[in-house]
Design a binder for this molecule. Structure first.
Ligand code: Z5A
Length: 213
C-alpha cells in the first residue's frame, strides 16, 4: 500500500515543528511507521542548499533564483527520501513543501513559471493532506524570536508587510484546494492545536477506505 503524505505549512513561528513532532508520536502510538522530514532539507544536498538560501550573506533577493534553489532541494528530497518512504508504506510528515514556494516566492515570479518550477521540483508529487497552521505574523514572529538563536535568516529579516502577504497567499492557496487543506487556528495553546490535528488526521486520512488504520 502507498503511504500517506502530510505537509505542514504556515508562517514563521506558527508551531509547525512543534506540531509535526507531536503528530509523529501519536501516529507511532497507533502502530504506524512515520518518516519525519523538513524543507528546505531532508537530504545532505538539500540541507546544503538550505544553508545557502537561509544563512548565506549573499542569498539572492530574486524570487526566481530562490524558487529554483528550493525546487532543486525539493527534487533531491522527493526522489531520495519522500517517494521511497511512500513506496514503503510510511506516513511521511513534512515541515513545509511546495505551498511554501507559492506563498513566499509567489508574486515575485509569474504564476505559470512558478507552477512549472514547482512541478519539476516536486516531481509532480502533491500532498494527500496539508495543515495550514494559521497565526497572525505579529504573534508568529514574537514566538520565533523568543527562541532566537542570535542570527536571523533571510526570511526572518523580511518586514511585517511581507509576512502579512505570505499569510494572505497561504489563505488563497488553501481556498483554491479545500479538499487538500485544513486550516488550524495556531494561536490556540499547543495541546489544543495538537488535538485538532489528531482528530483531523483520524477523520480525513485514517478513516478513509483502504487506509488500514
Ligand atoms: N521557504 C521559502 O521561502 N520557500 C520554500 O519553498 C520553502 C521555504 C520550503 C524556512 O525557515 C524558511 O524558508 C521559511 C520560508 C522559506 N522562512 N520563513 N519565515 P525555517 O524552516 O528555519 O523556519 P520556519 O519553517 O518558519 O520554522 P519556525 O520559525 O521554526 O516556525 P515553526 O516550526 O512554525 O514553529 P515552532 O518552532 O514549532 O515554534 C516556534 C516557537 O513557538 C517555539 O518556541 C515553540 O515552543 C512555540 N510554540 C509553538 N506552538 C505554540 C503554541 N501553540 N502556543 C505558544 N507557543 C508555541
Amino acid at each position: 500500500m502507498r503511504g500517506i503524505f502530510i505537509t505542514f505549512e504556515g508562517g514563521e513561528g506558527a508551531g509547525k515543528s512543534t506540531q509535526i513532532r507531536r503528530l509523529a508520536a501519536v501516529l507511532e502510538s497507533y502502530g504506524l511507521s512515520v518518516a519525519l522530514t523538513r524543507e528546505p532539507g531532508g537530504t545532505p544536498l538539500a540541507e546544503a542548499i538550505r544553508g545557502l538560501i537561509l544563512t548565506h550573506e549573499a542569498a539572492s533577493e530574486d524570487g526566481l533564483t530562490q524558487a529554483l534553489l528550493f525546487a532543486a532541494a525539493r527534487r533531491d528530497h522527493v526522489l531520495r527520501v519522500i517517494r521511497p518512504a511512500l513506496s514503503a508504506g510510511h506516513v511521511v510528515l513534512c515541515d513545509r513543501f511546495a505551498d511554501s514556494t507559492r506563498a513566499y516566492q509567489g508574486g515575485k515570479v509569474p504564476d505559470a513559471v512558478l507552477e512549472q518550477v514547482i512541478a519539476l521540483g516536486a516531481d509532480g508529487l502533491v500532498p494527500d493532506l496539508t495543515f495550514l497552521l494559521d497565526v497572525n505574523p505579529e504573534l508568529g514572529l514574537e514566538r520565533a524570536r523568543s527562541r532566537f538563536t542570535g542570527v536571523e535568516d533571510t526570511f526572518e529579516r523580511s518586514n511585517l508587510a511581507f509576512h502579512r502577504e505570505v499569510r494572505r497567499r497561504f489563505h488563497a492557496i488553501a481556498a483554491s484546494e479545500p479538499h487538500r487543506f485544513i486550516i488550524i487556528d495556531a494561536s490556540q495553546d499547543e495541546a489544543y492545536v495538537a488535538e485538532s490535528i489528531r482528530l483531523a488526521v483520524r477523520q480525513r486520512i485514517l478513516a478513509a477506505p483502504g487506509a488500514g488504520a
